[in-house]
Design a protein around this ligand. Structure first.
Ligand SMILES: [Zn+2]
Length: 278
């Protein structure tokens, strides 16, 4: 059996009985994480030492041996001296990977808690369950769980080329792989075929699972695939993309900088496979 990583995350609903010592506190003001102005995320001795009063608090589990909490800070609260609220999206790729993953959990739990205080069916105030991550309505028993929206992201490959597109909201000149949400009742494989066809007019053949990434903006789970070109000519669809094209490994367009997203991992994998063959 593989040894457990020192920084493995273990989810839990209740903190250890005799918890003492440092804790990680992921304090969010909406989607902004409270960080020291130095930008380094470090454990503190207690939530109370953060210098801000939380609206709500949830225990998350342990990162390595360190208990983790997430707290919601009211939108009008200013950061204490020496601290700053930083947009989580802008921090992606800058935090340690394990800390980033824990922050991704934290922001989604905070957001779920903030937006499910009332029952979606009857409007009664909900209460936090003790035995699972849910808020339940005492009146009609509807349970509301943290929301997850599965989305597919796919590198369509044709020999030495990859299909990339650009949305109108991308920075000028930037291209990336195609992506879209899985519809209710749809398999992820069907979603891959549908999204590629809708956005580009291209049909895909064999589909291979690549990997996944939680993407808490606001609550996606990105499921990555590589797919082989099977047919069709490029034809832009329902205005989701303003351009799409095939790009050779040695003639790639401008890409998003960094290596923090599964889109970038898919593109890098495509480019490096060519390099290994060269
Ligand atoms: Zn209800």
């Amino acid at each position: 059996m593989a040894a457990r990583s020192l920084r493995e995350f273990r989810s839990a609903l209740t903190p250890p009985a005799a918890a003492q010592g440092p804790v990680f506190v992921f304090a969010f003001r909406r989607r902004e994480l409270l960080l020291p102005v130095t930008g380094s995320f470090a454990p503190v001795d207690a939530i109370g030492l953060l210098g801000v009063t939380p609206e709500r608090t949830h225990y998350l589990g342990t990162l390595g041996e360190t208990p983790c909490w997430c707290v919601e800070i009211a939108p009008d609260v200013e950061p204490p001296a020496g601290m700053a609220f930083r947009d989580l999206r802008a921090l992606y790729g800058r935090l340690e990977p394990e800390v980033q993953d824990a922050a991704s959990r934290a922001v989604q739990i905070v957001e779920w808690d903030r937006t499910h205080r009332f029952c979606g069916a009857c409007g009664a105030p909900t209460v936090v369950e003790e035995r699972e991550r849910a808020r339940t309505c005492p009146a009609c028993r509807l349970s509301q769980f943290p929301r997850l929206a599965p989305a597919i992201i796919v590198a369509v490959e044709r020999d030495d080329e990859i299909l990339l597109g650009r949305s109108a909201h991308f920075p000028p000149g930037i291209y990336s792989v195609l992506a879209g949400f899985v519809e209710a009742g749809e398999s992820v494989e069907a979603a891959v075929r549908r999204e590629v066809a809708e956005e580009s007019g291209i049909e895909v053949g064999a589909i291979r699972y690549f990997g996944s990434q939680p993407w808490p903006f606001p609550h996606s789970l990105m499921l990555g695939f590589q797919a082989d070109y099977a047919g069709g000519a490029l034809r832009l669809g329902d205005a989701e993309l303003e351009d799409a094209d095939w790009f050779r490994r040695d003639e790639m367009p401008s890409l998003f900088p960094g290596n923090a997203s599964i889109a970038q991992w898919l593109i890098r994998d495509f480019v490096e496979r060519g390099r290994r063959r060269a």
